[in-house]
Design a protein around this ligand. Structure first.
Ligand code: SF4
Length: 355
């Protein structure tokens, strides 16, 4: 395995990674035949009230501007992730991205736990992730586009059974035309997957793998890896599916940050730096790869500790500043956001005095 090209991706916040610049690689067709696995992602993170962590780090939070186009796709896999009520020193890629994108958005999601409307794009992402996970239930040689597309409707129906509120996505769709179009859109994404990888040449080691580790600082990192491939040599490849389009280079750092987050967790868990990180963009048909090294992952760890400190401080003093960006177009909480003339609900946690 070797890394290649230049990244791309849908877009999102771009934390400026301290380490060497990501020489991500983009290819039209992803490498095949490495290991095994795949999975769905998920994510969340919870605020950290606790102390601990390293000193000095406020700087990290502000960096990550960018989030934009990520919005619709962000929800991709989050549904499954449990969120703790009380502030816990725990962080996931999605919530880290939330805070970097907009601290107030983080507060609304993690502290206030305000409900958000389901979106067709995010829900389609969840269904497509489930299809790509289930696809590997079939033996190699039988993982065909027809078989995969036949999973789309059943996976949608399973999801709907678990989350009945999703019915509102097509509530006014009496003839079922909107739902039919939406399902076709999901099938097209599944079709595109087969132009990027040959699943018959893969035996994922893990699919939708929940990973969690606690750093020396006490910060817990957790998340869901869509797929983990293990080569005969033992090399690890972390694969993440994105149902959006690959972002321009300007916004490529956020998805890579997410992948390095997973790589850091796996390194801590398995004592081995993953050889390759691979983003599969089904919306545009791009594959972005990046081969991390220890210095990359140590830089990510430093950044996460800084981020955790910033979150801890905001949790304690109740100061969650809004950070407007293009993401506001997708934000469910604009009516409560001071940037749009709103007033946030009363802060539900005690506020430390003198901070
Ligand atoms: S509308 Fe924009 S600035 Fe306000 S909370 Fe949402 S993302 Fe943040």
């Amino acid at each position: 395995m070797s890394s290649t090209s230049e990244a791309a991706g849908d877009a999102e916040c771009g934390p400026v990674l301290p380490g060497p610049r990501a020489e991500a690689g983009r290819t039209g067709v992803g490498p095949t035949g490495v290991g095994r696995t795949e999975a769905a992602d998920g994510v969340e993170a919870v605020g950290a009230a606790a102390a601990a962590g390293t000193a000095g780090a406020v700087a990290a939070a502000p960096e990550a501007a960018g989030a934009e186009a990520a919005a619709p796709d962000t929800a991709d896999a989050e549904a499954a992730a449990p969120e703790t009520a009380a502030p816990t020193p725990s962080l996931s890629p999605s919530r880290a991205a939330d805070f970097m994108t907009c601290p107030l958005l983080y507060r609304f999601r993690v502290i206030d736990k305000l409900p958000e409307k389901p979106s067709p794009a995010a829900t389609r992402g969840t269904v497509v992730h489930a299809v790509l996970e289930r696809l590997f239930d079939a033996p190699a040689g039988e993982r065909t586009p027809v078989r995969a597309k036949a999973l789309v409707r059943p996976e949608w129906e399973k999801l709907l059974a678990k989350r009945p509120e999703l019915v509102e996505l097509f509530g006014a769709d009496e003839g079922g035309a909107d739902l039919a179009r939406w399902l076709v859109g999901a099938e097209q994404l599944v079709d595109r997957y087969f132009t990027l990888e040959d699943p018959n040449r893969l035996e994922p080691a893990e699919r939708e793998l929940y990973v969690e580790t606690v750093l020396d600082s006490g910060l817990k990192l957790r998340g869901y890896v869509d797929r983990l491939d293990v080569a005969p040599s033992g090399d690890l490849r972390v694969v993440d599916y994105k149902t959006g389009k690959a972002p321009s280079q300007r916004f490529e750092s956020q998805p890579l940050f997410q992948m390095k987050f997973y790589a850091l967790v796996l390194w801590r868990l398995r004592g081995l730096v993953p050889r390759r990180l691979q983003l599969v963009y089904l919306g545009s048909g791009d594959v972005v790869t990046y081969d991390p090294d220890e210095s990359d992952l140590l830089a990510v760890e430093r950044k996460l500790l800084a981020l955790w400190q910033a979150i801890s401080r905001a949790t304690e003093n109740g100061e969650w500043r809004p950070k407007p960006s293009r993401l506001c177009d997708w934000c469910d909480h604009r009516e409560l956001c001071p940037e749009f003339g709103g007033t946030p609900p009363p802060y539900p946690l005690p506020v430390a005095t003198g901070s």
